[in-house]
Design a protein around this ligand. Structure first.
Ligand code: MEV
Length: 422
């Protein structure tokens, strides 16, 4: 066996096909890596190379459409990119069941993004705090010089907050720049502002600036959605009651809340990815927000309405953009934004929140009634057949046969495939 080294000198400077050659000792035997990775689809090879370092190809994920959605009185179709079956079906189903009550109503707190500047070794932090607040206008001028285009579009520094935090290295002065980033997610704009203003703040306070970076706990970009599902749309009063009991579990137990919120993020992240936005930023913000009371809890709330229906609501920070980053250069992201008519970051955020709520409705209803596996495995049966080696029309024949037997698993798929082929 040859000794392999991960020290691939000069790898970054190679072309994509040269990179595959350089990987030959690492590729699983018998794989046609250039066949799998050679075609980069709608992303030109050049774009792939510019988007990330050491690129060898793309990782395609299915893109589907959530139908039936009505958001703020308007019918919308929402593209979702996900590798998980039943995610899109659950949203379509939940949206259909609340059309009669008008679908989803939403609100959006605005596009204020927070950047943090950490200042250490300040002798008199309280005085430093007041000094910074007093000089807000100077700060605004300096910060706004960083991105004149943003200012032209109505954005820029709006406010400053100064927090004093005690840690093992003494008291820190933490300055929040609160910047209206309009239709952008805004990371680049606020990070540049933070880097520009940090030495000035260090000078004013007599301290030493260290970190200068945006916060993903985007609690100035809260987005909310709510909807009501009539009892007879969801299986009657008994189902409403069991769904409330199921939802309460997430309120009192972080183990359950993590899974409850994971289900919400199935929908949220799928729209975020489809639009070329930063899924990790949204995930980090959502989970941090879910823990803000000190106990990690659910992002949604469920109640019974006066006439026995089920009212659901969601609130989460959504730092999304429709300009900048991959959103602008990825043709699928552009198309997705066009399909959903998301003409502003606010509208996109509202649609994403509505999908998160629909997703949670679907999961809680399934869990509180049949259990999740029945519907999920029915949709997943084709994937299991493919994993067992089925091809062409074998796939649906094996999936259907597994469903008919009520046994959907890898060994059944392998057995049926062997039978089919003999
Ligand atoms: C699976 O991807 C998501 C669920 O676990 C969500 C939930 O439990 O609420 C079904």
């Amino acid at each position: 066996m040859t000794e392999r080294s991960s020290r691939l000198t000069g790898f970054a400077t190679l072309s994509r096909s040269e990179r595959l050659d350089a990987l030959k000792d690492w590729l699983p035997e018998g794989t046609d890596a250039s066949g799998i990775l050679g075609n980069t689809g709608v992303l030109s090879g050049d774009l792939v190379d510019r988007m990330v370092e050491n690129a060898i190809g793309v990782m395609p994920v299915p893109l589907g459409i959530a139908t039936n959605m009505v958001v703020d009185g308007e019918d919308v179709l929402i593209p979702m990119a996900t590798e998980e079956s039943s995610v899109i079906a659950a949203v379509c189903n939940a949206a259909k069941r609340c059309r009669a009550t008008g679908g989803f109503r939403t609100s959006y707190a605005g596009s204020l993004t927070i950047a943090q500047v950490q200042i250490l070794d300040v002798a008199d932090p309280h005085r430093a705090r007041l000094e910074i607040l007093r000089r807000f206008e100077e700060m605004r001028d300096l910060c706004n010089q960083v991105d004149p285009m943003l200012v032209e579009l109505g954005g820029g520094l709006r406010d400053v907050e100064v927090r004093l935090l005690d840690g093992r290295h003494g008291r820190m002065v933490v300055v929040h720049l609160i910047v209206d980033t309009r239709d952008a997610m805004g990371a680049n704009a606020v990070n540049t502002m933070a880097e520009r203003i940090a030495p000035v703040l260090a000078d004013w306070t007599g301290g030493r600036s260290l970190l200068r970076i945006l916060s993903n706990l985007a609690d100035r970009r809260l987005t909310r959605a709510e909807a009501v599902w009539p009892a007879d749309e969801i299986g009657g009063a008994a189902v409403v009651d069991t769904m409330l009991e199921a939802a309460e579990f997430a309120v009192i137990d972080p183990y359950r809340a993590a899974t409850h919120n994971k289900g919400i993020m199935n929908g949220v992240s799928a729209v975020v990815l489809a639009t070329g936005n930063d899924t990790r930023a949204i995930e980090a913000g959502a989970h941090a927000y879910a823990a803000q009371s000190g106990q990690y809890g659910p992002l949604t709330r469920w109640e019974k309405t006066a006439d026995g229906g089920l009212a659901g609501s969601i609130e989460l920070p959504l730092s999304l953009g429709i300009v900048g980053g991959a959103t602008r250069i990825h043709p699928v992201a552009q198309l997705a934004l066009g399909i959903m008519r998301a003409e502003s970051a606010g509208r996109l955020s509202r649609l994403v929140a509505a999908v998160g709520l629909a997703q949670n409705f679907g999961a809680v209803r399934a869990l509180a009634t049949d259990g999740i596996q029945k519907g999920h495995m029915a949709l997943h049966a084709q994937n299991i057949a493919i994993a067992a080696g089925a091809e062409g029309d074998e796939i649906s024949r094996i999936a259907d046969a597994m469903k008919a037997r009520g046994e959907i698993n890898a060994s059944m798929a392998a057995r049926l495939l062997a039978e089919l082929r003999t």
